[in-house]
Design a binder for this molecule. Structure first.
Ligand code: CAO
Length: 429
């Protein structure tokens, strides 16, 4: 049953005769609980008065410039009985809503001041520097990703209004982006989905490593033109040798996995194809060719992916590399790696071969220009000398920066890798 309720000015501490600087609703507006009704400005702060319940505004009793104190009538709202009951303990309200003994009179809880977040750097700049805006405007700006310090306020004392924020966004959208204009990515915003509407959910924060690596992965994925070349290497003989070595060195606690051979093979391939050991300089017009061979290895840890770097791989043998690999992956998993252990890489290997898979698209670890993904080796029939023979084939997935490396060069690189891995005697040449 519909009911008319009065919304009164809440208790805001010692302040009396507080100026109303903005009224956000008018008669006939449908409002939701927590929606801002008006903004007040005390000596110390600007604050919003939110609606204590859902309803339709019947009449507004205050206007901009009025000075009001606790208990003053702000407006009357028509609400249904069911909406009234929802007001008593709304799930998202941090403090209980104060209601007077009169069920037809409600006093809202003052909304806290929010902090704005940074906007994309492509948005136009404003001369204001310091943002002067009410919490509701800050909330509105935050939803749109607008940095209020860049918006020019047209209200009293330079106050930023809703129109100012909308105008700022319109101006930003009108800027040429992508297409014929060139720079910038026209990416539509991710839809905001309330998953709890569809079932039970739990929110789990991302680990610090995932947050850090996520930003880099995203940057690398959108800013580097990736191509992934897939190939296979016949490691049948290499595997026999690896097992022999494995038995010999297991007594010393050294585990020899295919990755130690891959490290060595990658370096010989880089020596044959020096562009794979390069980075683009800041101008994007020159290649910086490196004469050292430091190789990063992606390590899966409980907190996320880490990429420690093995130094001077060209100067080390398979057993030494296997030993160092065991040490750095253990340190990464125990979170004992210093930041310097993850710097200076020339090329990265990401091996999922111990787990499975047949192929994937690794993301280049910029400023490197290529990364080798390795999946699980499996026995396949290979046609040799007029018959199919069972061979152990290792899947390779090489992602490369197409600004630096052409497709032909990439497939020459993976073919060379296949050649040395199928005959590891070549690693010593
Ligand atoms: N094919 C078949 N078997 C393989 C293989 C391959 N390509 N690579 C490794 N194996 C075997 C190993 O020989 C070992 O077998 P045994 O225990 O019988 O000797 C087993 O798989 C486990 O190997 P491992 O994973 O412990 O060792 P590794 O040297 O291959 O890898 C490391 C070390 C640190 C790279 C790995 O543990 C790891 O973290 N991999 C995940 C990397 C990752 O997440 N990359 C994804 C990046 S994109 O998100």
């Amino acid at each position: 049953m519909a009911e008319i309720k009065q919304v009164l000015m809440p208790d805001i501490g010692d302040s009396k005769d507080v100026p109303v600087i903005e009224v956000m609703v008018k008669a006939g507006d449908a409002v939701k609980a927590e929606q801002s009704l008006l903004t007040l400005e005390t000596d110390k702060a600007t604050m919003d008065v939110p609606a204590p319940f859902d309803g339709v505004v019947k009449s507004v009793s205050v206007k901009v410039g009025d000075k009001i104190s606790e208990g003053a009538l702000i407006l009357s709202m028509e609400t249904s009985a069911t909406e009234t009951s929802a007001v008593v303990s709304p799930p998202t309200t941090p403090a209980p809503v104060k209601e007077t003994a009169n069920p037809a009179v409600a006093t809202p809880v003052i909304a806290p001041v929010a902090t704005p977040i940074a906007a994309p750097t492509s948005l136009p700049s404003s001369p204001t520097g310091k943002a002067h805006a009410s919490p509701s405007i800050r909330h509105f700006a935050r939803e749109l990703g607008v940095d209020l310090t860049r918006v020019k306020g047209s209200g009293a004392k330079g106050r930023i209004t809703k129109n100012d924020v909308q105008g700022f966004v319109k101006a930003a959208l009108a800027q040429p982006q992508g297409g014929a204009g060139g720079g910038g990515l026209q990416i539509s915003a991710m839809p905001l989905v309330d998953f709890s509407r569809f079932g039970v959910i739990e929110t789990k924060p991302l680990s610090r490593i995932k947050k850090l690596s996520g930003a880099n992965l995203h940057r690398n994925w959108v800013s580097i033109p990736h191509i992934t070349q897939h190939d296979e290497a016949d490691i049948t003989e290499m595997e026999v040798f690896r097992k022999e070595l494995g038995e010999e060195y297991s007594k010393q606690g050294i585990k020899i996995t295919p990755l130690a051979f891959l490290l060595k093979a990658v370096v010989t391939a880089m020596q044959q194809h020096p562009d794979f050991n390069s980075s683009l300089d800041a101008s994007g017009e020159n290649l910086v060719l490196k004469k050292y061979f430091h190789i990063g290895v992606a390590v899966d840890t409980s907190d996320g992916l880490m990429v420690p770097v093995l130094r001077d791989v060209d100067q080390k043998g398979i057993v030494q590399l296997a030993k160092e690999l065991g040490e750095i992956s253990a340190k990464a998993r125990e979170k004992k790696l210093p930041a310097t252990a993850m710097q200076g890489g020339c090329f990265t290997i990401s091996s999922l071969g111990g787990i499975g898979g047949t192929a994937f698209t690794p993301i280049i670890n910029a400023p490197e220009v290529a990364i080798l993904g390795v999946s699980k080796a499996s026995i396949k029939p290979v046609f040799q000398e007029d018959k199919f023979v069972p061979r152990l084939m290792l899947p390779l997935s090489l992602s490369y920066d197409h600004r630096v490396i052409d497709g032909a060069e990439a497939v020459r690189f993976t073919s060379y890798l296949g050649k040395v891995l199928s005959d590891v005697r070549r690693l010593v040449l």
